[in-house]
Design a protein around this ligand. Sequence first.
Ligand code: HEC
Ligand code: HEC
Length: 328
Amino acid sequence: MNIRIVIAVCLAALIAPLAAVERAVSADAAQVDGAAVDQARLTAGFQALESACFSCHSPDAAAGNRVAPPMAAIKQHYVQADTAYTEFSRALATFVQDPSAENARMPGAINRFGLMPKLSFDRAMLEDIAYYIYHSPLEAPAWYAQHFQAEQQKRRRVGRPALVTDADYLRHGRDIALRAKATLGSNLKQAISAGGTVAAIDFCHTNAIPLTEGASAGQDALVRRVSDRPRNPANAANSTELAYIAEAKSALAAGAEPQPAVHRVDGEVVAYYPIVTNGMCLQCHGTPGQALDAATHSALQDRYPEDQATGYGADELRGIFVVSMDAP
Ligand code: HEC
Ligand code: HEC
């Protein structure tokens, strides 16, 4: 049985306020193709939306910080008074599985944010997401805030394994860092093969940070990538992170494998995981005129005038994943 659904079933009781609001907002929302709205599915849909889509389609990001339109705006473009759920679900999946100008209904959003990258999502998960979007009043921010809070509290209680020792946190943080690494890696490869290295730079420019942070959504944690020689100044390491980076570099220089580390600050456990280059990275992080060719280098200088992240060889420390986990 799908674990998301198990969690959803256990938590259905906590979603009761959502059901109440929903009935108030839309009388016919209580009927889906003749059946009552399935609360467990709504919960599963919300969790999937939060972990897979909100990193970009954040419901509450300020207008200036947006990387994609809010879901409420998307819903307005996809769901009219006479749109059936199955029709909406199909349209959503069609676009998400193959984002293209042809499948799009929001040309203005493409102009402003660039076409949504092609990410791979499970079809069943997309259906849950569609179910939630269709049946929930996304446009109600006060409701959202309340529901979001309930979601967070409930996760704190049951959504995460009990973490006690440093080793527990290191393991949980490693899972999150690995997920971020896998998401970044597969999307980077896809962007390079679809459009070449220069186009992939644009992709990273827009998506690297939201994709990274998305890997920690719903985990009472935040994952970031930082470096002592950042490309994006937003990824500059702070002093504690720099101290760990120095240690990891001397381990590498001594021919040893740099080990993750964990550090407790009030209310939080912060874990560090090394990020080491391989040959593939050098097309964007190597020495200009050698592995890093002129066209790529100039595209990088356009986007990142303060770029410090060139001149690397293989097997060097490029940066670290930093996973900050709530420690109740
Ligand atoms: C890495 C960032 C990112 C993630 C993650 C993401 N999107 Fe998007 N999405 C975008 C951007 C940028 C646009 C606006 C440009 C466009 O329409 O293609 C967009 C637009 C859309 C649109 C409107 C397309 C149109 O123009 O008609 C839909 C529908 C959509 N996203 C669904 C989803 C769903 C569902 C998820 C989660 C499963 C998701 N997106 C995850 C970036 C993202
Ligand atoms: C297609 C070019 C490209 C390739 C290939 C590439 N990167 Fe990057 N990398 C970038 C860009 C662009 C950024 C800045 C992203 C941003 O704006 O957040 C970046 C940022 C990073 C960061 C965050 C810190 C910083 O400098 O801003 C790390 C860590 C990193 N890359 C590691 C790697 C590793 C390891 C590889 C190989 C597995 C790799 N990159 C391959 C383009 C690339």
